[in-house]
Design a protein around this ligand. Structure first.
Ligand SMILES: Nc1ncnc2c1ncn2[C@@H]1O[C@H](COP(=O)(O)OP(=O)(O)O)[C@@H](O)[C@H]1O
Ligand SMILES: [Mg+2]
Length: 402
């Protein structure tokens, strides 16, 4: 459809040609009108026939010696009339010729004018258009060449200035964002590391005191201290793992994966904690990275468990559509307030005492790396449902699935 509309250049050219042809036609008609009325005047005289009439009427009445002279006069008159006719013809031809000259002259002038105005208006416009496109594609250093003679030069100057300022503020924004991200991470890290350090330190103090006092409970205390330290070190390891994973998530290794058997496998240990699997018959294959998708499911199930009370009711299921497969996790936990729903995927957003706020950020990143989307619905006090949509895959490679 767009192809049907001629470009700006063609539109201007058509307009110029139209005006030119009109001008030429006007001049031509003006001259030819004059000539016609001139001819009409002359024709009205009907010189030739009048002369012939005169000759006929008076020739016989003249004395015979004057008749020859009279005939010569009449012939001379007829000759003049003939020359007038020729002159008229020549005049008409001249006008035709002039109108061709005018036409050629006007064409040249119009084309010259057209290219000049095209260069001064249309070209800068085109450059601006291209620059705007470049800007949209993320080229923040694009500048349009200025042309002092173009009426659009002010626009170009403003555009260039705008781009420079945009780049400047974008740079500042990135800087601020980076700093904020680092500060957030440092804050969470410090908090998370300090937490297990306190019990470790207290346990060691206690052990030291017992040793100094020569207590006979040393064996017992030592065992308790080792238990505390081991537990806290495990927590720290998990934490470090989560942070490093968030910082450097390896690229997904996509292979055909049937979600049914896959989920049965990883949810086995959670069966006793109230997690059930709801599988429907139908295609359930996607292109996925087993390790990363396991992390996704475990994160969602763990969040659901943490949001549920004493007797969790958590369902994990797969629903297959025509073009996508939905993997969902729903619980009957405490739910999420509507104004928090958007925030839960942000890194470091947590409402748990011991949370890092990285779980859902990692989940979202993995799902998006799989070409999928994640969506959450929740009702406070009733429960939460996460839906992960993945594009389906043709399972002709079923047998090859790892
Ligand atoms: N199933 C759920 N029910 C209620 N709240 C949830 C659920 N899943 C996540 N949340 C909320 O989202 C927050 C962020 O989750 P997440 O990114 O996994 O970080 P973390 O688990 O470390 O807090 C949680 O602190 C919790 O408040
Ligand atoms: Mg979590």
């Amino acid at each position: 459809m767009r192809k049907l509309i001629p470009s700006f250049r063609i539109q201007i050219l058509i307009l110029v040609l139209f005006l030119m042809v009109n001008a030429v036609l006007f001049f031509r008609n003006y001259f030819l009108d004059n000539l016609t009325s001139f001819n009409a005047g002359i024709d009205a005289l009907e010189i030739e026939s009048k002369i012939a009439q005169l000759h006929k009427t008076y020739a016989s009445q003249l004395p015979s010696d004057q008749q020859a002279a009279f005939r010569e006069d009449v012939e001379a008159l007829l000759e003049t009339e003939h020359q007038v006719r020729l002159a008229r013809e020549l005049f008409r031809k001249d006008i035709e010729l002039y109108s061709y000259f005018i036409f050629i002259f006007l064409t040249a002038a119009a084309l010259g004018l057209f290219f000049l105005s095209f260069n001064l208006i249309s070209r800068p416009l085109k450059r601006l258009q291209e620059a705007a496109g470049e800007l949209a594609r993320g080229n923040w250093t694009i500048q349009v060449r200025e042309n002092r003679f173009s009426p659009l030069n002010d626009l170009i100057v403003s555009f260039n200035q705008m781009v420079t300022e945009l780049e400047e503020s974008r740079r500042k924004l990135v800087q601020v964002e980076k700093e904020m991200a680092w500060r957030d991470m440092a804050r969470v890290m410090a908090h998370e590391i300090k937490n297990p350090l306190t019990p470790i330190r207290l346990s060691l103090d206690r052990l030291e005191a017992k040793v100094h006092a020569g207590s006979d409970q040393i064996q017992e205390v030592l065992e308790a201290v080792v238990r505390v330290i081991r537990e806290e070190v495990t927590n720290l390891q998990t934490l470090a793992g989560e942070f490093s994973q968030f910082a450097r998530l390896p690229e997904a290794q996509l292979r055909p994966l049937k979600l049914g058997p896959f989920l049965e496998d990883i949810l086995q240990p959670y069966r006793e904690c109230g997690v059930t699997l709801a599988l429907e018959p139908g295609p359930d294959a996607i292109m996925g990275d087993r390790v990363q998708l396991k992390q996704v499911v475990v994160n969602l199930v763990q969040n659901a468990l943490q949001a549920s009370g004493e007797s969790p009711e958590i369902q994990v299921g797969v629903t297959s559509g025509k073009e996508e497969i939905v993997l969902w996790v729903s619980d009957r936990g405490k739910g999420i307030e509507p104004d928090q729903l958007e925030k839960i995927f942000e890194p470091y957003y947590t409402r748990r005492e011991k949370g890092t706020g990285l779980g859902l950020a990692i989940v979202k990143r993995i799902v998006e790396n799989h070409g999928g989307t994640i969506h959450v619905t929740s009702q406070t006090g009733k429960g939460t449902r996460f839906e992960l949509r993945f594009p389906t895959t043709d399972m002709s490679a079923e047998g090859k699935a790892p």
